[in-house]
Write a protein that binds this ligand. Structure first.
Ligand SMILES: NC(=O)c1ccc[n+]([C@@H]2O[C@H](COP(=O)([O-])OP(=O)(O)OC[C@H]3O[C@@H](n4cnc5c(N)ncnc54)[C@H](O)[C@@H]3O)[C@@H](O)[C@H]2O)c1
Length: 247
């Protein structure tokens, strides 16, 4: 028996990258997973590969009507939502004074308003069943500042703040809300990264999506029943800082 047998999860941005790793890990633990994304072709293909415990729904996290439709589809296919993984996110890089207004607004919309709307969409189910776990995928860039990432970094700082406020508002309903701060992880978002930079950290390599999936599975399960409002940094030591080269 897995730790998530009988639970129903929504993973946003689940069609590829980290979300795909999280969906795979939740299914391994026995959950039924709605893969929710704007990438229909990739999402449909992944759900078909993962079998009966996976189902794809189109979801734009910035749109509350899209959230309502996704939750309704979840009810029809698997039942009430027990677990929400707010994983969808976008990133652009530019110095703070050269970041286009359009990018600032779009990043906040996807990375911060999206999870906010997601929480609002699933709370009725979780309140009705008296239990739920919401996991927000923030970033190491929301723990330490990173150059040229002011829009992204501040959106993730905001997401950590949302996590803690929501944990306070929802705890008495049996709903836990936590964040994960990944470091560099091998996904399409990180495709341009020079992997040699990871040699400076305590665990000198890039992370894998399934390693974030393992942390998501833990926070989704009753193994973490007394943990809420927390950040779990899963970054190979990135936020500890760069170290001298090994001898
Ligand atoms: N890869 C890293 O090194 C890294 C590090 C720290 C945090 N993160 C965070 O992890 C999460 C997953 O990122 P990833 O690396 O897998 O990136 P990715 O670009 O590979 O995947 C992001 C997914 O989100 C989806 N998405 C984007 N906008 C959406 C929207 N409006 N509605 C629904 N889905 C949408 C995309 O279609 C894609 O499938 C993001 O929140 C990202 O900020 C990534």
């Amino acid at each position: 028996m897995g730790t998530l047998e009988g639970k129903v999860a929504i993973v946003t941005g689940g069609a590829r990258g980290m979300g795909e790793g999280e969906a795979r890990r939740l299914i391994e633990e026995g959950a039924k997973v709605i893969i929710a994304d704007v990438l229909d072709t990739e999402g449909e293909a992944l759900a078909a590969e993962l079998g009966d415990r996976a189902h794809f729904v189109h979801l734009d996290v910035t749109d509350s009507a899209s959230w309502a439709a996704a939750v309704e589809s979840t009810h029809e296919v698997f039942g009430p939502v027990d677990i929400l993984v707010n994983n969808a996110g976008i990133l652009t890089q530019a110095p703070v004074d050269q970041t286009p207004e359009e990018d600032i607004r779009r990043i906040y919309d996807v990375n911060l308003v999206g999870p906010f709307l997601g929480i609002q969409a699933v709370v009725p189910d979780m309140r009705a069943t008296g239990k739920g776990s919401i996991i927000n995928i923030a970033s190491a860039a929301g723990v330490v500042p990173m150059q040229f990432l002011s829009a992204y970094s501040s959106s993730k700082w905001g997401l950590r703040g949302l996590t803690k406020c929501a944990a306070m508002d929802l705890g008495r309903d049996g709903i836990r809300v936590n964040a994960i701060n990944p470091g560099g992880v091998r996904t399409p978002m990180a495709a341009g990264a020079d992997e040699s930079m990871f040699a400076a950290f305590a665990i000198p390599r890039i992370g894998e999506p399934l390693e974030i999936g393992a942390a998501v599975a833990f926070l989704a399960s009753d193994e973490s029943a007394f943990i809420t409002g927390a950040d779990l940094t899963v970054d190979g030591g990135m936020v500890l800082g760069a170290m001298a080269p090994a001898e």
